[in-house]
Design a binder for this molecule. Structure first.
Ligand code: SAM
Ligand code: SF4
Length: 460
C-alpha cells in the first residue's frame, strides 16, 4: 500500500520546508515552544485503534515528545479514526470541527489524523477539513515522527519515560490486516493484508506492559486466530503459551476470532494455560446460510454451531460472544428470523449488534442497500431485547457460583468493580480489594449485563 503521509498546505509547523524559506504567514511552532511538543491522543472505533494509540504514545515518547497530555495542554492533537461504519466517520468530522476553536486559541497548534479514515480518504480529507494539518498511516508513522523530530530536534532530549500505565488491561496487536474480504467490510481495504508480529516481539511487548503495571492483555487482530509467527509458523496457541510465561501477567484473552480458523488446539490452550481466560469472541454476523454466502463469511450456520459446541465442550465455564449485522443487503424477514433463531439456540453471553452501513468500495456496496433504516433498527432492537432476556437467564444461573474478579477500580461509594475471567462486569463490596487485585467471590445478584459478588478469598 502506498504511503499516505499527506500535508495540508497550511500546516507550516509540519512542513519540511526550512524555516527561513517559510512565508510570513507560516509561523512554525518550534521556536515559540522551546520545549518538546505535547501531544493529545484521541481514538474511536475498535480495539485495534486503542492498541494503535498505546503504540503511538510509546513511539512519540521514544523520540522525546510528551504523549497523552490533556487537550488544553497540547500542541498537537492526533485523531485515530474508524471507517467501519458511516456514523463513526461522522463523529470524526464532528471532532475535527470541534477542535477548530482549540486550534484558534493558541498559534502553532496542529491537528493530525490517522487510522482507517486516513487510509480510506487520504488527502481528500485535507480538502474537506480546512483545520486538519496532517494525515498519516498509523501502520507507518515514521514520516510523521521524522517530521516532528526534524522540526523539534533542538528541544527533544531523548526518550521520555512514560508514567506507570493507568490501565490494568491492555491490547497487544499480534496480527494486522485481514485476508477475508467479507463483502460488507472496509477493513481489508484500509488495513491491508495480514502481517503477524514475531512471538519474541510480542512477548517483549507484554513484558514491558507488565513492568508498567498491566495485569491482563488482550492479543489483538481482525482475524487473530490466523496468527503465524513469521519465522517458525507457530500459531496462536503457541503464542499464547509464550505469553503465559511472562512473570507477573495475571490474564490473557484474544480478539477477534474467525470461525474458519478456530482449531481444537486453540480451545485446548484456553483450557490448559493458567492465564488464558474462558472467553471466546466469535463473530457469526448472521444466522442464515444465504445471508452468510452474500456476506462471504466462508462457513455455514451448521459449521459455526459445531465450532461453538466444540469450544464449549473443551473449555469449562466458557463465555461466548458474537457480532451480528441486521439489515444486510436483501435480508428478508425469513432470513432475519433465522438469525433470531440462532441466537435462541446458541444463547450467547454477549451479542454486539450493528445495523448494516454501506461502505463505499466494498463488494456489498454494489448491491442495493434495500432494507430501510427503520427496518434495520427495528430488527436490531428486537435482537437486543432477546439478548437481554438470554443474558439475564445465563447470569441468573451463576448465582452461588465462584468467580475471579480482576479489580479495575473503586467507585465513589467504595465498592470495587472489575471483570471476571469470562469478561463480565462484576461488583464487590467496599474494601474487597484494590485495583490490580484478583479477588475470588460468590455471585450474589445479577442483571443482564452485570454481576454482584461477595468475596470468598483474600486478594492475590
Ligand atoms: N474481524 C472480525 C470478524 O470477523 O467479524 C470483526 C472486525 S469488524 C471491524 C467489527 C464488526 O463490525 C464486525 O464483526 C461487524 O459486525 C461490524 N461491521 C463491519 N462492517 C460493517 C458494516 N459495513 N456495517 C455494519 N457493521 C459492520
Ligand atoms: Fe472485516 Fe471479515 Fe476481515 Fe472481520 S474477517 S475484518 S468482518 S473482512
Amino acid at each position: 500500500m502506498p504511503s499516505i503521509d499527506t500535508l495540508s498546505p497550511s500546516a507550516a509547523h509540519f512542513t519540511a520546508i526550512p524555516l527561513a524559506e517559510r512565508g510570513a504567514m507560516r509561523q512554525p511552532i518550534v521556536p515559540m515552544l522551546g520545549r518538546a511538543p505535547r501531544v493529545h491522543l484521541w481514538h474511536i472505533g475498535c480495539q485495534m485503534n486503542d492498541a494503535d494509540r498505546i503504540r503511538l504514545a510509546e513511539q512519540l515518547a521514544e523520540i522525546g515528545c510528551v504523549p497523552e497530555v490533556a487537550l488544553e495542554d497540547a500542541d498537537v492533537a492526533v485523531l485515530i479514526t474508524c471507517a467501519v461504519r458511516q456514523n463513526a466517520e461522522q463523529k470524526v468530522y464532528g471532532k475535527v470541527g470541534a477542535l477548530a476553536a482549540w486550534k484558534r486559541e493558541r498559534a502553532g497548534r496542529a491537528i493530525a489524523l490517522t487510522g482507517c479514515m486516513g487510509v480510506e480518504h487520504g488527502d481528500a480529507l485535507l480538502a474537506r477539513l480546512p483545520h486538519l494539518d496532517y494525515v498519516f498511516d498509523v501502520r507507518e508513522p515514521e514520516g510523521f515522527l521524522d517530521k516532528l523530530q526534524s522540526l523539534h530536534g533542538a528541544n527533544l532530549d531523548g526518550p521520555v519515560t512514560l508514567p506507570p500505565s493507568d490501565r490494568l488491561t491492555a491490547y497487544v496487536p499480534v496480527i494486522g490486516g485481514c485476508n477475508e474480504m467479507c463483502t460488507y467490510c472496509i477493513v481489508p481495504f484500509v488495513r491491508g493484508r495480514e502481517v503477524s508480529r514475531s512471538i519474541a516481539e510480542i512477548v517483549d511487548n507484554v513484558r514491558r506492559l507488565v513492568d508498567r503495571g498491566v495485569r491482563e492483555v488482550t492479543l489483538l487482530g481482525q482475524n487473530v486466530n490466523s496468527y503465524r509467527d513469521p519465522a517458525s509458523n507457530a500459531g496462536l496457541p503457541e503464542l499464547m503459551a509464550a505469553v503465559d510465561s511472562v512473570p507477573g501477567l495475571a490474564r490473557q484473552r484474544f480478539l477477534t476470532s474467525h470461525p474458519r480458523n478456530a482449531v481444537p488446539e486453540l480451545f485446548e490452550a484456553m483450557r490448559d494455560l493458567p492465564t488464558a481466560c474462558e472467553q471466546l469472541h466469535l463473530p457469526v454476523q448472521a444466522g442464515n446460510d444465504d445471508l452468510l454466502r452474500r456476506m462471504r463469511r466462508a462457513y455455514t450456520v451448521a459449521e459455526y454451531s459445531s465450532v461453538v459446541a466444540e469450544a464449549v465442550a473443551t473449555v469449562p465455564r466458557l463465555a461466548v460472544s458474537t457480532d451480528i449485522i441486521t439489515g444486510f443487503c436483501g435480508e428478508t424477514e425469513e432470513e432475519f428470523f433465522s438469525t433470531e433463531h440462532l441466537m435462541r439456540d446458541l444463547r450467547f453471553d454477549v451479542v454486539h449488534l450493528q445495523a448494516y452501513s454501506v461502505r463505499p468500495g466494498t463488494a456489498a456496496a454494489r448491491r442495493p442497500d434495500d432494507v430501510p433504516i427503520s427496518v434495520k433498527k427495528a430488527r436490531l432492537n428486537r435482537l437486543l431485547g432477546l439478548q437481554r432476556e438470554v443474558a439475564q437467564e445465563i447470569n441468573q444461573r451463576l448465582i452461588g457460583e465462584s468467580v475471579e474478579v480482576l479489580v479495575d477500580g473503586v467507585a465513589g461509594d467504595g465498592r470495587c468493580y472489575g471483570r471476571t475471567r469470562q469478561n463480565k462486569v462484576a461488583w464487590l463490596p467496599a474494601g474487597s480489594g484494590s485495583p490490580g487485585d484478583l479477588v475470588t467471590g460468590r455471585v450474589s445478584a445479577v442483571s443482564a449485563w452485570q454481576l454482584t459478588a461477595v468475596p470468598s478469598s483474600v486478594p492475590a
